[in-house]
Design a protein around this ligand. Structure first.
Ligand code: BGC
Length: 449
């Protein structure tokens, strides 16, 4: 692990070749096994108490999506033939106060938004609704609609809530707002929602991945392999929320170490800090500062914007990455806004190259993680696997998907066509509604028997 001297050093430092993928796969499988058997592991392997959707669920369902910088409330309709549509949605940005306040403040805010949503859309408070609650944090579930929060991630640093049941907290907030017509039927991780959403219309889908503000994946496991499971689950397969953001089996660079040490959760979410939108900007900023200090970049002696922690967002990187003008005019515009008015074309090209190197590593290790999970499910890779992926980094970052595909081709060679990455939109919304429907059906069946 060392700092870079120049761009080609940086390239090698951030490279991940086929042998590194093989190494990572081995680590992944060891950690998966440990996680499934209840031993300490950087992969928590959390049972979701739900299996894949059959595409036959139908009705109107509410969903709440919490886990990034926005909160969404929505009403979705499932037609029972593999089609799900969002009828109406309300989206609000979460303030820093809410993300760093108390659970009571957070859940009261959610209940307020739900109440406003019902009023704004003339949805009667006398008709009962089932709701899927996408709560995209690590949760130890004991059923499909209850689970205790293990830790806050992605910039949420709420002072309490650890070990508390997210569904109970939400129910209490609903009661305080007199929202008595809503039954929370499913507590859903966003990866699980994404898998549910895709599998509603496509039975090849056996994995859900989020590459957005944070990163994580879930997949379909044989129930008999979940050795730590102490509660009876009647289906032969169950979705496992891996919480791969916490995986610690891939060694980063000294920039990764600095990023981790200066973050609000040092030592945690190490993989997430190399891959997800919350961190790629900051990681690039650290490299840029190092290059400025070594006088490889920009003619700056005075203090500059890049010295400010958090100054560079992954969105800015995406903007530069998409700048295909000869003079890199959009990059120049961005730099001028940052107070750097005299950048040369060399500076701008170097900046673009740094962003490329950082985002390419993110895409390649994300793909290495995907292939590791698929080879766990299907060691000889004998059948097709559709991987449902959502999140702004995957959907919007230039070449991200391509870089993932390249790694899969290099590693799998002529078997690459067996793994397909598809962009599944709105798993946290529609997928949560579908999960609520699946859970409601299970409840109904159990009640009849
Ligand atoms: C959370 C996961 C979530 C992922 C993507 C991570 O920080 O721990 O539960 O699925 O972000 O939103």
């Amino acid at each position: 692990m060392s700092h870079t001297k120049n761009l080609s050093d940086l390239f090698y430092l951030f490279d991940i070749d086929v042998s590194a993928v093989e190494n990572m796969r081995k680590h992944f499988h060891e950690e998966m096994l440990r996680g499934l058997s209840g031993q300490t592991s950087s992969l928590k392997m959390l049972p979701a108490f739900v299996t894949r959707s059959q595409g036959k669920e139908s009705g109107h369902f509410l969903a709440i999506d919490l886990g990034g910088t926005n909160l969404r409330v929505l009403l979705a309709t499932l037609d029972g033939m593999g089609n799900s549509v969002v009828d109406t949605v309300k989206k609000v940005t979460l303030s820093r106060n809410i993300m760093q306040g108390t659970t009571e403040e957070l859940f009261d805010f959610i209940a307020l938004c739900v109440s406003e949503f019902l009023n704004e859309n003339d949805i009667s408070k006398n008709v009962n609704y089932h709701l899927g609650f996408t709560f995209s944090f690590p949760v130890e579930q004991i059923s499909v609609n209850s689970g205790k929060l293990i830790q806050w991630t992605k910039g949420f640093s709420i002072k309490d809530g650890i070990n508390e049941d997210a569904v109970i907290l939400l129910n209490k907030a609903f009661k305080r707002r007199q929202l008595n017509n809503i039954q929370i039927s499913a507590l859903v991780n966003d990866t699980v929602g994404t898998l549910m959403e895709e599998s509603y219309s496509n039975s090849n889908c056996d994995m859900g991945v989020i590459l957005g503000t944070g990163t994580n994946a879930c997949y379909l496991e044989k129930t008999e392999n979940i050795k730590k499971l102490q509660i009876h689950f009647s289906k032969p397969t169950m979705v496992i929320d891996m919480e791969w953001g916490d995986f610690n089996g891939y060694n980063g660079t000294s920039y990764d170490t600095i990023l981790d040490e200066t973050s609000i959760n040092p030592g945690e979410q190490i993989f997430e800090k190399m891959v997800s939108g919350m961190y790629l900007g900051e990681l690039s900023r650290l490299i840029i500062c190092d290059m400025i200090n070594k006088k490889f970049l920009f003619n700056i002696i005075v203090s500059h914007a890049f010295t400010r922690n958090g100054f560079l967002e992954t969105e800015d990187m995406a903007l530069v990455a998409a700048d295909n003008t000869d003079s890199l005019a959009k990059t120049e515009e961005f730099l001028v806004k940052a107070g750097i008015t005299d950048s040369t074309i060399y500076d701008r090209k170097t900046l673009k190259e740094i962003f490329f190197i950082v985002s390419k590593r993110a895409a390649r290790i994300a793909a290495a993680a995907v292939v590791s999970v698929v080879l766990w499910m299907d060691p000889l890779l004998t059948k097709k696997h559709l991987i449902a992926v959502d999140g702004t980094v995957f959907a919007k970052y230039p070449l991200f998907k391509q870089n993932m595909e390249d790694l899969l081709s290099e590693y799998l060679k002529d078997k690459k066509h067996l793994i397909n990455l598809t962009h599944t939109k709105d798993g946290s919304g529609k997928g949560a509604a579908i999960t609520a429907a699946v859970a409601y059906n299970i409840l109904r069946t159990n009640a009849k028997n």
